[in-house]
Write a protein that binds this ligand. Structure first.
Ligand code: GLU
Length: 438
């Protein structure tokens, strides 16, 4: 059984980038019958808000990615304090006094000399009295002292990875104002919650190297890490700047179905074909992280639309009952109405449109050359209730009188009655038309 977590910072909405992270972690936990934790990384009190935390929960619920428990980092500061103390006592956490400007200067100098901008550990060579004196005048931050050796792990997606700790700065775990930073908080949580598998974006690879050492120094078990590639736009351009407009709520507002989004995301960037799944259990059953590649992954919103359309066309009346009701479709007509329109819509929002066609009629679309034809058709339209034979009988009569057949017979009628060139089978739709405006 695997325990995973999705760890967003509540500083924004869920977007397609972190949705992928959420989904992969969710599927790994579900497939193994394990636990999926929603962890809110809200250590930054300025940028984190309750509203965003609520929006994340709402979006995950809409998707159907139900968490087994929620943890908030802001509730766990005592644990971070205790772990920091442990690291201090074992000589792995050391105090530094450089200001951001001084650090920046050091980095620039190193770069000028062609050296990597790695923190030079000068704080480690300060005497006790120097430290005492600096404490009087300056804030201090705390860094984790990395063991300068290679850090190796077998990544679930990237394969064997090896990072030289000497090429990385000792990570800052506590800020000058005493705030515990993500690296420490995340590691403590992963250890305390018994996280077995972590999936996150490949922008975290270097973090993972340092986190492995911190986990080991705390005596914890190192989770199995997998880093998925980052998403790009359809032309390969970085998506990061557009993520603000690719929030899950935007996709939802555009009428995309949750299962279509999840199905797409669970295969995008993998060696397996994208296909629509009916439910999350099937998705989990068929999910395998080792099928994903390291290459940047092209995300194209328009690819979700056909999946969404297919999903809708397979929905039962009972599953869209609320939508039908909200669109004003009377309950006695609703089951039949749904069977007729479901294959012709891409989003549930279109239910309203089709109901308006049925109940209100449309402004007929009539081409010049069809004006007379439609006049004749109108004069032949039977009075009284329409049934499943009405269309056939009516068009046979029109055909006999006008001599038209095939598309020239049917298309002008469809356009006059629905305003559109495509739509449901007219013989099934006609009995639902309550107002005909020709
Ligand atoms: N809050 C971090 C992020 O959203 C979590 C990263 C992690 O999975 O550890 O980037």
């Amino acid at each position: 059984m695997k325990t995973t977590r999705f760890a967003p910072s509540p500083t924004g909405y869920i977007h397609v980038g972190n949705l992928r992270t959420a989904l992969f972690n969710y599927l790994i936990a579900r497939k193994s019958g394990g636990e999926f934790i929603l962890r809110l990384d809200d250590t930054d009190p300025v940028r984190s808000t309750e509203e965003y935390a609520d929006s994340i929960k709402e979006d995950l619920t809409w998707l159907g990615l139900h968490w087994d428990r929620v943890e908030k980092q802001s509730d766990r500061v005592d644990h971070y304090k205790a772990n920091a103390e442990l690291l201090r006592n074992t000589g792995r956490l050391y105090e530094c006094f450089e200001t951001p400007i001084e650090l920046d200067l050091k980095r620039k100098k190193q770069l000028n000399m062609g050296k990597p901008p790695v923190y030079d550990r000068s704080a480690l060579s300060m005497s006790k009295s120097e430290i005492q004196e600096l404490r009087l005048n300056r804030e201090s931050h705390w860094r984790f002292k990395l063991d300068l050796e290679r850090i190796n792990w077998k990544d679930g997606i990237l394969g064997d990875l090896s990072i030289d700790a000497a090429s990385v700065s000792d990570p800052v775990l506590i800020r000058g104002d005493g705030q515990f930073l993500y690296t420490l908080a995340s590691v403590c949580d992963d250890v305390d919650f018994g996280i077995t598998n972590v999936v996150r974006g490949s922008d975290h690879v270097t973090n993972t190297a340092t986190q492995i050492q911190i986990i080991e120094s705390l005596g914890g078990n190192v989770p199995h890490f997998s880093h998925h590639s980052l998403l790009t736009g359809s032309k390969g351009e970085p998506l990061s700047k557009r993520l603000g407009t690719l929030s899950l709520r935007d996709l939802r507002a555009n009428g995309l179905e949750a299962m279509a989004i999840l199905s797409y995301m669970s295969r995008l960037g993998s060696s397996e074909a994208i296909e629509l799944f009916d439910n999350i259990d099937d998705l989990a059953e068929n999910f395998d992280i080792s099928n994903f590649g390291a290459q940047p992954t092209k995300f194209d919103l328009t690819d979700i639309l056909p999946l969404s359309k297919k999903y809708i066309s397979g929905l039962d009346f009972s599953e869209v009952y609320d939508n039908l009701k909200a669109s004003g479709v009377p309950s006695d007509i609703a089951p039949n109405f749904w069977l007729i329109v479901r294959e012709n819509i891409s989003t549930r929002a279109e239910i309203k449109h089709w109901w308006s066609i049925c109940s209100e009629g449309v402004t007929p679309v009539i081409d010049k050359e069809d004006i007379q034809f439609i006049e004749i058709a109108k004069s032949l339209l039977p009075v009284g209730n329409f049934d499943e034979n009405t269309w056939k009988n009516w068009t046979s009569e029109i055909k006999a009188i006008t001599g038209r057949k095939g598309k020239t017979l049917f298309m002008p009628l469809r356009k006059a009655l629905t305003g559109m060139e495509h739509g449901p089978d007219m013989s099934r739709l006609l009995p639902l038309l309550q107002k005909i405006n020709i």
